[in-house]
Design a protein around this ligand. Sequence first.
Ligand SMILES: Nc1ncnc2c1ncn2[C@@H]1O[C@H](COP(=O)(O)OP(=O)(O)OP(=O)(O)O)[C@@H](O)[C@H]1O
Length: 128
Amino acid sequence: MRSDGSALNPRRWWRSAGFAWTGVRHAYRSQANFRIEVWAGAAALALAAALRVPLAPVALACALVLALELVNTAVEAVVDLTSPDPHPLARVAKDAAAGAVLVAAAGALVVGLVTLAPPLWRWVTGTG
Ligand SMILES: Nc1ncnc2c1ncn2[C@@H]1O[C@H](COP(=O)(O)OP(=O)(O)OP(=O)(O)O)[C@@H](O)[C@H]1O
């Protein structure tokens, strides 16, 4: 459905937010990787809260991974719709979208290690 570009309309905004939430629910139901990332992110946030380290970097890293996994899911759906038979460009689209998730996940791992590992080590060794 195309937007007519008119001024902000709260009812339309809620309707759009509902469609967006439906997309998130679809990804959660259909994509095992998305489910793993949701729960890994929740665990990282809980650990950050327990260790009393700043939540913002962990939350941002998790949000980036989840957002790119949603984009990857969208790319997969569009490619499967438009190119059900193998095609080199379809492969490029799917591989690049998956690569975006991989890059974000590697970044999130670095953020998690830098943010959580030192206080966790101090807590484990009792040197904090
Ligand atoms: N239509 C296609 N044409 C060419 N290569 C494709 C096509 N569909 C998939 N591939 C190749 O197979 C790989 C896996 O594709 P697939 O759709 O199974 O994604 P996936 O990463 O297994 O996703 P998921 O497990 O989340 O469904 C792609 O990254 C791509 O290299």
